[in-house]
Design a binder for this molecule. Structure first.
Ligand code: FEO
Length: 404
């Protein structure tokens, strides 16, 4: 049996993907799952599907519970192919099924599949009775596409939340408490930082809609299912991320061709740490961009180190700037440092680029010709300490201003 019972009449019938390592930039070193759920009552509903390669697994898991031909309703919470990819096979296996999606979702599925399916567009006040159970639809636009919705079963107290509250991790366990919430949360945070952080307002609106609903289970579309006391813990973390409560910490991201900027980065980090900020340092050439984003997105201070490359920014660092934009947060403080050989230029371009993006810049970027000597390393240390102190001070001033 690969399917798993959540509660009476509600089953996980999705697929575990141990192999996937990248979702358009978001890495998944532990794989992922594509979660689909079957609600069995007088009528039978399938909620979401899986990627096309996992279609047979989905159908097999459904068949362990009911003949797929008996499915009456297919609910598409989100039309991205990791959840809609097997719909063609499902609709073939369930020829009497009607397909339910948000009104926007129906339009997308029509364009994506051009299959002439019997589809119904639903919204916030719509319900679908199954017999003793009901499915209620909750629009959750931008989590993570504009057409996305949640489906809620009040009698079973299950919220099917699609991408929201998900995590890319494959595991034999289907519930968060079986794995331990401490193990899951870094994956949940990374997922939020990369996919949801751009849509924080939408996340808060969706969370407001589900606030107060009796919920025993939250079934996301990726990773294990939340239940029991893990639910409020996760929702609390989500609320903190969605309101972008910046942590008193710094992330230093640098690139280096011959070690000058690397030496600077390490001394700068020592200065930041001496000022009392938790600090993480990433070499842009040897780090996973989505891991960096998981750190920068709630860091109060971000320091970027770039050597000069053809009078400009070191290309891997220049390519990183759009990723820094993902959380759409202009309250964090961003500073620059870097070494140069015969002519500078990186810091001028980097500063211009960041200023044009609207970031609050640490004053006086620090440049060195070739490698910093002992006195130079001391300067780097002081730059880090000063940047950390300035970021703390500016943030406190900003918070006081907001409070008044
Ligand atoms: Fe898991 Fe937005 O798809």
């Amino acid at each position: 049996m690969g399917s798993v019972k959540l509660t009476e009449g509600v089953y996980w019938v999705g697929a575990i993907d141990w192999d996937v390592r990248n979702f358009h930039g978001l890495t998944s070193p532990q794989g992922s799952t594509y979660n689909a759920y079957l609600v069995v009552d007088e009528k039978i509903a399938l909620i979401d599907s899986v990627r096309p390669p996992e279609t047979e697994i989905l159908l097999r898991h459904i068949s362990e519970i009911v003949d797929p031909a008996r499915i009456d309703y297919v609910i598409s919470n989100h039309s991205e192919p990791d959840h809609s990819g097997a719909l063609g096979a499902v609709m073939e296996a369930a020829p009497s099924a009607r397909l339910y999606a948000s009104k926007e979702g129906v339009k997308r599925l029509e364009k994506m599949f051009r299959a002439g399916w019997d589809m119904v567009g639903v919204g916030d006040s719509d319900e679908l009775p199954l017999g003793n159970k009901t499915l209620k639809f909750i629009n959750a636009p931008l989590l993570h596409w504009p057409e996305t919705m949640f489906t809620y079963c009040p009698e079973a107290k299950v919220l099917f939340a699609c991408d929201a509250f998900g995590a890319h991790i494959a595991s034999s366990e289907r519930f968060v408490d079986e794995l331990g919430i401490e193990r899951i949360m870094p994956y949940t945070k990374k997922y939020f930082a990369f996919l949801i952080a751009s849509f924080r307002k939408a996340a808060l609106q969706a969370m407001k809609k589900i606030d107060g609903l009796p919920i025993d289970f939250i079934g996301p579309s990726h990773g294990p299912v939340w239940r029991g006391e893990d639910i409020p813990k996760m929702l609390g973390a989500y609320a903190a991320w969605a309101t972008l409560q910046l942590e008193p910490k710094a992330t230093i991201v640098y690139g280096s061709m011959w070690g000058g900027t690397r030496a600077m980065a390490k001394a700068v980090a020592d200065g930041v740490m001496a000022a009392g900020l938790q600090t993480r340092v990433f070499d842009i050439d040897h780090s996973d961009l989505s891991d960096i984003i998981a750190e920068t997105f709630d860091s109060r201070l971000v320091l970027l180190g770039s050597p000069t490359f053809v009078s400009g920014i070191y290309p891997p660092m220049e390519a990183f700037i759009p990723y820094l934009r993902i959380p759409r947060d202009k309250t964090k403080k961003v500073g620059c440092f870097g070494s140069f050989g015969w002519a500078g230029g990186a810091l001028k371009h980097l500063t211009q680029m960041l200023a044009a993006e609207g970031y609050n810049l640490v004053p006086d970027p620090l440049a060195f010709n070739f490698f910093p000597d002992d006195a130079g390393l001391d300067e780097c240390f002081e730059f880090g300490r000063r940047a950390a102190g300035w970021a703390q001070q500016e943030s406190t001033a900003g918070e006081e201003k907001a409070a008044n």
